[in-house]
Design a protein around this ligand. Structure first.
Ligand code: FEO
Ligand code: CA
Ligand code: CA
Length: 629
C-alpha cells in the first residue's frame, strides 16, 4: 500500500483497512505450496493446443519477444513507463473525450480545476471512465460508458482532505459518476462527440430507476421514500459493462459499499441487515461522506438503502427518456461486468464476477429463450442464478442457487447472493473481474486479477480460501485468466471443463510458479488482468489494472497496458501501453470495426493533455484504416 491516505486508496485496499490480514505470513511456505502444484497445473494446461499446452515445464523462459504470432497483424511493443499512450507501428491514437468535456453547450467552459459549477455537473462527461459498449441505431453511432468513482481531491479542490463541505458538493460528486450515453461521429479529423445530440444523456446518483424481478417489493428493499421497494434513485460505482442481444446497455454496480455510512456508530440493525452489512463491507465510515449531507446514504436512518445498490442496471441508449431498470434476478454483489451469451436453445446466459478477494463467479440462465419482441425484462429475471464450482480434475459445476441448495428464500438469495453462494459451496476466486465469451467458439474467460489473501485468510464470509485449481498460488500478486468450455457446447450446461489460459508472472525475476505460465515471457510481462473482450475474429484483448512501479516483482512490466491473446496458440502480445498511473479499462469497437475505443482511467501526472491529467476515452485506428478486430 503506497499511500495510507484513505482518499487515495483503491476500493479493495480501502476495504482491507477494515479487514486486515493476519500479521504472520510465511512467504517461504507460500512459494513452496505454489511450486508443489506444478504437476497438476501441467495437466490442466494440456487443455490448449499451443504455448499453454507446454505447461509449466517452461516456466522461466525469458526469450525476448518470442511472440510474433501469425494471427497478430502488428509488431508487439515494448513496455513503457512514460506519461502517454503507445501503439504499434501502423496504428494511431487520439483522445475522443475527457472528464469535464461538455456533452451539452450549456456546459461549455466547465473548468474542473476550479471544481466546476454544480448546475452544470450533470452536463459534462463524467470522471473515471470504465466499461463501455457501442450501439448502432438507424444512422447514429452511440457509446454508453461508465464513470466508476470520483477522485475527491480533484473534484473538491478546496477541500484538501476530499471531504464535501455542503450538500452542493455532495451533489456535484454524485453527478459526475454513473453513466454517459453520447452520440459520436467520424469526421475527416477523426471521431467527435456530437454535442447537444438528443441521445446525449447523463445518468447519475439521483436518476430515477425501476427495481424489477423476484426481489422487487421485498421488505428488505423498502425505504421511507419508497415504501413499495420498486423504485430507487441512481446507480453507483459503475464498473464493467455488458450488451444485450436486443441492443441495450448493462452497467454493473461494483464497490457500492463505500457510498454508505452512518451518523450513529452505535446504530443497531436487524440481524439480517447487520449480517449483510458485514458480508458486503458496509461500515459506519464511508469513502465519499455523502451521509453528512444526504440522509439517503446514512444507514442509521435508511438501513435498507444499501440493498438497493449492487445490482445490474439495464439502460436503453436509443431512448433518452427511458427509465433505467435494476434487475434483481441477476443477484446483488460487487458486480464487475455482465457478459451475455445465448445457450444452444436461445436461452439468455449472463456470466458475472464478484470482484472481491475470495468471492465468486456466477452465471444466470433464463427460463425462456430469446426471440425478437419477447418481454426482455422477464428474460433477465425469470431464471436461475448459479455459482461456479471448479474441481481439481479440470471439470466444473454450475451450482444452482435455490431455496433447497441455500436454505434461503428466493428473494433473499438475490439480495444476499454472497451468502447463498457460500451455502451452496462455490469456489472462492482471486477477485473475478471481467468475463468475456467468444463469438467464434463456445468458451468463456474470466480475469482473476490478483489476491494477496489467497491462502492467507478467509473471505468476508469466513469461507476458506486455500489454494485451489484455478487459484493455485498463495498470496497471488500477478493474477491469471481462467477459461471454461461448457459441456456439449451449450452455455446453459450445468458442467464444464476448464484450464488456465495464462498465469501472469515474472520469469525475469522468479523461477518458480511466480514466473507464470510458458506464454509469459520477457516481451509481454504484465500483471493484474482486469478488462477483457473477445473480438469478432476470436482474439482475446486483455487490459490491466496492476502494479506499475516497474520494480522488483514487477520489473519490466511498465505501465498498465492492453495485450492481445490467441486462444488457439496461447500466445500473448503487447498492443498498447497507457500513461503512468493509469488503469486501462473499457473496450469497444465501431460498427465498421475500423476503430477501437479504449478507456484510460485516472492517468498520472505526465498525461500530455496539459493541466490536470484527466480520465479519457481514446480511439485507436490503423493508419491504413484497415480492420482492427
Ligand atoms: Fe471496477 Fe473490479 O474493477
Ligand atoms: Ca475492473
Ligand atoms: Ca481491478
Amino acid at each position: 500500500m503506497k499511500d495510507a491516505d484513505p482518499a487515495n486508496l483503491s476500493a479493495d485496499d480501502w476495504d482491507e483497512l477494515h479487514f486486515p490480514r493476519p500479521e504472520v505470513n510465511d512467504f517461504d511456505r507460500v512459494v513452496e505450496r505454489a511450486v508443489s502444484r506444478r504437476g497438476f497445473l501441467g495437466g490442466v494446461l494440456a487443455f490448449g493446443s499451443g504455448a499453454a499446452a507446454m505447461g509449466v515445464g517452461l516456466m522461466g523462459s525469458t526469450a525476448a519477444h518470442a511472440v510474433t504470432a501469425s494471427r497478430f497483424s502488428f509488431t508487439p511493443i515494448a513496455a513503457q513507463t512514460d506519461g502517454t499512450v503507445h501503439v504499434p507501428e501502423g496504428y494511431e491514437w487520439k483522445v475522443l473525450m475527457r472528464w469535464g468535456d461538455p456533452l451539452f453547450s450549456a456546459a461549455d467552459g466547465y473548468d474542473i480545476t476550479k471544481g466546476g459549477p454544480v448546475e452544470n455537473s450533470d452536463k459534462i462527461f463524467g470522471e473515471n471512465t470504465d466499461g463501455m459498449e457501442t450501439f448502432s441505431f438507424r444512422s447514429h453511432e452511440l457509446i454508453a460508458i461508465n464513470h466508476e468513482f470520483p477522485n475527491l481531491k480533484i473534484n473538491l479542490p478546496a477541500a484538501q482532505a476530499g471531504v464535501p463541505a455542503n450538500a452542493d458538493e455532495v451533489l456535484k460528486i454524485q453527478n459526475i459518476q454513473g453513466v454517459t450515453v453520447m452520440e459520436i461521429k467520424e469526421s475527416a479529423e477523426g471521431w467527435l462527440v456530437v454535442k447537444d445530440s438528443p441521445f446525449n444523456r447523463r445518468i447519475h446518483h439521483n436518476t430515477p430507476m425501476k427495481i424489477v424481478g423476484p426481489a422487487a417489493g421485498h421488505d428488505l428493499l423498502k425505504t421511507d421514500a419508497d415504501p413499495t421497494g420498486t423504485t430507487s434513485l441512481g446507480t453507483m460505482n459503475n464498473c464493467g459493462s455488458g450488451k444485450t442481444p436486443w441492443g441495450t446497455y448493462l452497467t454493473c454496480e461494483e464497490n457500492f459499499n463505500g457510498y454508505f455510512g452512518s451518523s450513529d456508530e452505535n446504530a443497531s440493525y436487524d440481524l439480517k441487515v447487520a449480517d449483510g452489512m458485514k458480508r458486503y463491507g458496509i461500515k459506519a465510515e464511508s469513502r465519499n461522506h455523502y451521509e453528512l449531507y444526504d440522509p439517503r446514504f446514512d444507514t442509521s436512518k435508511n438501513p435498507n438503502e444499501p440493498h438497493r445498490a449492487g445490482w445490474i442496471v439495464e439502460i436503453d441508449p436509443t431512448r433518452p427518456d427511458s427509465t433505467p431498470t435494476k434487475h434483481t434476478g441477476l443477484g446483488r454483489f460487487k458486480h464487475e461486468n455482465a457478459e451475455v451469451a445465448l445457450a444452444a436453445d436461445g436461452r439468455v446466459v449472463v456470466y458475472m464476477g464478484d470482484d472481491e478477494r475470495g468471492e465468486y463467479l456466477y452465471k444466470f440462465v433464463s427460463n425462456a429463450a430469446y426471440t425478437p419482441g419477447i418481454d426482455t425484462v422477464s428474460l433477465l429475471n425469470d431464471g436461475t442464478l448459479h455459482v461456479a464450482k471448479f474441481n481439481d480434475d479440470a471439470t466444473g459445476d454450475w451450482l444452482p442457487l435455490t431455496p433447497e441448495t441455500t436454505g434461503m428464500d428466493a428473494a433473499e438469495i438475490l439480495i444476499f447472493t454472497r451468502m447463498a453462494a457460500t451455502a451452496a459451496g462455490g469456489t472462492t476466486m482471486d477477485r473475478p473481474e471481467w468475463v468475456a465469451s467468444s463469438p467464434v467458439a463456445v468458451e468463456a474467460y474470466c480475469c482473476l486479477t490478483n489476491n494477496k489473501n489467497r491462502g492467507v485468510k478467509p473471505n468476508a464470509g469466513g469461507d476458506d480460501t486455500s489454494v485451489n485449481g484455478p487459484n493455485p498460488r498463495e498470496a497471488n500478486k500477478y493474477g491469471q485468466i481462467v477459461r471454461w468450455r461448457p459441456t456439449d457446447d451449450d452455455h446453459a450446461a450445468e458442467t464444464f471443463d476448464w484450464d488456465l489460459y495464462v498465469m501472469a508472472g515474472n520469469p525475469t525475476v522468479h523461477s518458480d510458479a511466480r514466473a507464470g505460465t510458458a506464454n509469459v515471457n520477457e516481451g509481454n510481462l504484465f500483471n493484474s488482468p482486469d478488462g477483457m473482450a473477445i473480438d469478432s475474429t476470436g482474439l482475446v484483448w486483455i487490459q490491466t489494472d496492476g502494479n506499475d512501479d516497474n520494480e522488483e516483482d514487477f520489473a519490466g512490466n511498465g505501465n498498465n497496458q492492453m495485450l492481445v491473446g490467441d486462444p488457439i496458440t496461447g500466445e500473448i502480445a503487447r498492443f498498447m501501453t497507457g500513461p503512468n498511473g493509469c488503469e486501462v479499462t473499457g473496450l469497444a469497437w465501431s460498427t465498421d470495426r475500423r476503430t477501437m475505443f479504449v478507456g484510460i482511467q485516472h492517468p498520472g501526472g505526465d498525461w500530455p493533455d496539459g493541466g490536470t491529467p484527466r480520465s479519457s476515452v481514446i480511439t485507436i485506428k490503423r493508419v491504413d484504416n484497415g480492420l482492427i478486430g
